[in-house]
Design a protein around this ligand. Structure first.
Ligand code: ADP
Length: 440
């Protein structure tokens, strides 16, 4: 069986040891990282992520415990050997790029090869080909400051690969980048892992990155509090029997990375008590409904994606359920169009008549939906109440109260339960039809 590439056992890192400001930044850390793995060290600022990474990089010796790379204690190496290790075994990318401003992009990338046994032409050729590969070959003659942040980071990705390292370390590599550049840099790092089969260890506090990794170590206050396997990637680290099942808690930890285990347990329980769907299904339903609300898929496609099996990217519910869901969603979107129209004409006094018509239509919908029969007074009160609520004259709570109040108090005399259900439904429709900017 393959041995891990990087092994930490009861590793502690202590800053300012023996001084009054002594600080234990890492405590009792145990990790096994295998060749070819993509590992993310995740957690809030100050939890010790960078400390762990720089310890692996050979810059922070263990205060307690051991750290072995390929079975070797790099901290026992003589200085020259340690430098060799840092230069040829490890590549590194920093959040702030760390390019040399006075050198051209090409020279920046060629520089780490200066100690190699190759001539300048060969070095430049290799640097240029890496720059080409990472999409910045056309700016190789420029100074770093003339490049965008995303381009500079891709230059430093090229630089990190120049000595063909086994392990690539990345310290919040997209922390200073916009979302488009972030995507490009993340894709390049992913390619180095999947295509070049290099081991990646990345420090990040961006939850969106977690899906790239094989495994994530969650750190908090200097401890590794959780290790989560990404079920979407084929695992390299041998998983012991029983460990292959990805528990819901692990899944939740990926969705809500900053919540404590206790909170995740509560979420899991509440989900079970209140909803028949798993979190996975909810996420897929959200995606499908999102497209439907935006009008990017029609009713039939929505139903299809709800019925489709989970293995094929669907939700996996029955056709009957899917149709019922699509009907309700469609109805709500339809009615919300009336709400939009109503609100849009709110300031125009001359169209009172059509506003009244819109309120009547919504009344018809509610009466039909809840299968209730109303007296003439109740009917008038409901129309008034709808108009008041849609224009924001009454709050959700007042709507709810009025629905349960007697007819003479301009209510509908519904039971409390009926009033609650109708309020909830109507509020959902309003939510679809009213822009948030109206709230001010
Ligand atoms: P992260 O990368 O998760 O933001 P770090 O590993 O940089 O966290 O830091 C972990 C803790 O160690 C922090 O509380 C930080 O203030 C402290 N720390 C980091 N570097 C030093 C240092 N050189 N001397 C003293 N304390 C340090």
């Amino acid at each position: 069986m393959a041995k891990p590439l990087i092994v930490a056992r009861d590793l502690s890192i202590i800053y300012n040891k023996g001084k009054s400001n002594e600080f234990k930044a890492l405590q009792g850390v145990n990790t096994d990282i295998y060749e070819g793995e993509y590992i993310i060290l995740f957690g809030p600022s100050g939890c010790g992520k960078s400390t762990l990474m720089y310890s692996i990089q050979g810059s922070l010796p263990p205060g307690e415990g051991t750290l072995l790379i390929k079975g070797d204690d790099v901290y026992s190496y003589p200085p020259s050997e340690r430098v060799y290790f840092q230069r040829y075994v490890m590549g590194i990318i920093f959040q702030s790029f760390n390019l040399i401003g006075s050198l051209s992009v090409l020279d920046n990338v060629a520089l780490p090869m200066i100690f190699c046994d190759t001539d300048k032409t060969t070095r430049n050729r290799r640097a240029q080909s890496l720059l080409d590969r990472f999409g910045v070959g056309h700016v190789s003659h420029k100074l770093p400051a003339m490049l965008s942040g995303g381009q500079q980071q891709r230059v430093s990705v090229a630089r990190s690969m120049v000595n063909d390292p086994k392990i690539l370390l990345a310290d919040e590599p997209t922390g200073n980048l916009d979302s488009v550049s972030t995507q490009q840099v993340m894709d390049k790092i992913d390619e180095i892992n999947t295509f070049d089969r290099r081991t990646i260890i990345m420090v990040s506090h961006n939850a969106a990155h977690l899906s790239y990794a094989h495994r994530v170590y969650y750190l908090k206050d200097g401890f590794i509090v959780r290790e989560v396997v990404n079920p979407q990637r084929k695992q390299i680290k041998p998983v012991r029997e029983g460990e292959t099942i990805v528990t819901e808690l692990e899944q939740l930890a990926r969705l809500y990375p900053y919540d404590s285990v206790e909170t995740l347990r509560v979420k899991s329980m509440v989900n079970f008590l209140t909803q028949e769907f798993t979190f996975d299904q909810i996420i897929r339903i959200e995606r499908a409904i999102g497209l439907f609300i935006q009008g990017r898929v029609d009713r039939d496609s929505l139903i299809k994606s709800l019925i489709l099996s989970p293995e094929r990217g669907g939700v996996g519910i029955s056709e009957r359920e899917a149709r019922a869901m699509a009907t309700t969603a469609e109805k709500m979107i339809d009615r919300s169009a009336d709400i939009k129209r109503f609100r849009a004409r709110k300031d125009n006094d001359n169209i009172f008549f059509s506003q009244h018509k819109l309120a009547e239509r919504m009344r018809d919908h509610l009466v039909h939906e809840f299968r209730i029969k109303l007296t003439k007074e109740q009917d008038e009160n409901l129309i008034e109440l709808i108009a008041d609520r849609v224009t924001g004259v009454v709050t959700q709570e007042e709507l709810n109260e009025r629905l349960a109040k007697g007819v003479r108090a301009r209510g509908l005399a519904l039971s409390e339960k009926e009033a609650d259900t109708m309020t909830r439904y109507f509020e959902k429709i309003i939510a679809q039809g009213v822009d948030v900017s109206y709230k001010n």
